[in-house]
Design a protein. Structure first.
Length: 124
């Protein structure tokens, strides 16, 4: 059984500060993406979404698809043209779901944490 580590809270000057234990910095910028994978029934799905935050190791995004933890996903991320000298570029990468939470907002059913695999590719 693996032990889940919970972030520690410290109280400093009457403010609660949440310590981040992640290894990578996360960018909190909404990025458009298409996510493909298989549902537990074996049926393929493809869904457009926005990535809430992303790092070199993973992403946090909203999905309506009824997937489970450890589902393999393919992400096709639209790189903002400001970062690619105006060229339309997509980043293709795969990963597995590591956490699924009920979404608080009504735009998607679930919030999904994905841990990326090592391989990725840029598509024109």
């Amino acid at each position: 059984m693996t032990k889940k580590s919970n972030p520690k809270k410290e109280n400093s000057n009457n403010y609660d500060i949440l310590l981040n234990r992640r290894k990578e910095w996360r960018l909190d910028i909404p990025i458009s993406a298409t996510v493909k994978g298989k549902l537990p029934t074996g049926k393929n799905f493809s869904e457009k979404t926005k990535i809430n935050n992303i790092s070199s190791g993973g992403a946090y995004l909203g999905l309506d698809a009824g997937i489970t933890v450890d589902t393999k996903l393919m992400l096709f991320i639209e790189i903002p043209s400001k970062l690619t000298d105006g060229k339309k570029t997509k980043l293709s990468l795969s990963g597995h779901t590591v956490r699924i939470e009920k979404a608080e907002k009504k735009d998607k059913k679930n919030n999904v944490a994905v841990r990326f695999d090592k391989e990725y590719k840029f598509l024109d």
